[in-house]
Design a protein around this ligand. Structure first.
Ligand SMILES: Nc1ncnc2c1ncn2[C@@H]1O[C@H](COP(=O)(O)OP(=O)(O)O)[C@@H](O)[C@H]1O
Ligand SMILES: [Mg+2]
Length: 272
């Protein structure tokens, strides 16, 4: 459990120090992923070049099967590309040692899945505390931090309730608290509102927007909800293995008149 003891690596030497407070935080270079299924070759990512500035909130839209999850997994170092590179600040992920990669996953990235992946028989607080326990923090301290985070996501009174007893929206709040308890700089959320009804989806999106601002996160959300996506700084569409500014958003298809349809939409790799 205590990686520091096992490896001698100082756990407080956060990988987050590798990135500056502004400027580029993530960049991909000709990122490709090919899956082989029998004789079938599936290439959901076929040359992805894009960069993300610190503090940006980006939506990645695209039909089911387009490769949104695959891309987020590569950015989170949960999977490895077939070709191409992912840079976190100046660090090339594929050049990191396994211990450094584990630190990156645990400390730099907070990941939220569509289906929260909570442990249903553990309490909300125990679920949120899990990443701290993995880091070797004492249980009492971890549970205290988890309680604070449950307060931040509006579930202060649910700390001792089993995760399996919570509603879908509440479970997603717990999952968000768990993703952020290690104070990562990156929040990667894979269709975080995909399993929720419209009202809960709106509430969860608002929560993510608030936490993005108050915790100075850089956030990338995969979603197929264009009206939610439009509220981010930039919408990129993933289709046929490529990432490009979303044509539908550029055309204002979702009909949101609150900001120009092209607001914040930049070409991949363009800096702003
Ligand atoms: N482990 C895997 N093995 C084989 N094919 C996969 C694997 N993971 C994803 N795929 C395929 O890659 C494509 C992209 O999947 P995914 O990234 O899950 O899309 P999305 O998240 O946009 O719905 C799909 O065709 C899917 O079937
Ligand atoms: Mg997916």
């Amino acid at each position: 459990m205590n990686r520091q003891a096992a490896t001698g690596v100082a756990l407080d030497d956060s990988p987050n120090r590798a990135v500056a407070n502004s400027g580029q935080i993530l960049r991909t270079e000709n990122l490709r992923k090919i899956f082989y299924s029998g004789t079938l070759e599936i290439a959901p990512l076929d040359g992805i070049d894009f960069s993300v500035d610190r503090g940006e909130m980006i939506a990645i839209v695209g039909p089911s099967g387009a490769g949104k999850s695959t891309l987020l997994h590569l950015l989170a170092a949960l999977d490895t590309p077939t070709n191409g590179e992912v840079y976190f600040g100046a660090k090339l992920l594929c050049s990191l040692e396994e211990v450094e990669l584990a630190e990156y996953r645990n400390r730099a990235v907070g990941f939220v899945w569509q289906r929260h992946h909570l442990l249903p028989d553990f309490t909300a607080a125990e679920n949120v505390a899990m990443p701290l326990l993995v880091r070797g923090q004492a249980l009492s301290q971890a549970l205290r931090a988890a309680g604070d985070w449950l307060g931040e996501v509006g579930l202060a009174d649910r700390a001792r309730q089993r995760a399996g007893e919570l509603s879908g929206g509440e479970q997603q709040r717990v999952a968000i608290a768990r993703a952020l308890v290690n104070q990562p700089v990156l929040l990667l959320a894979d269709e975080p509102t995909g399993d929720l009804d419209e009202r809960s989806a709106e509430a969860i999106f608002e929560l993510i927007e608030r936490l993005h601002r108050t915790h100075h996160l850089t956030s990338i959300l995969a979603t197929h909800n264009l009206s939610l996506a439009q509220r981010t700084d930039r919408v990129l569409a993933l289709e046929h293995g490529k990432l490009a500014p979303s044509a539908e958003v550029l055309a204002g298809v979702a009909g949101h008149a609150t900001r120009p349809a092209s607001a914040g939409v930049r070409t991949p790799g363009e800096r702003g």
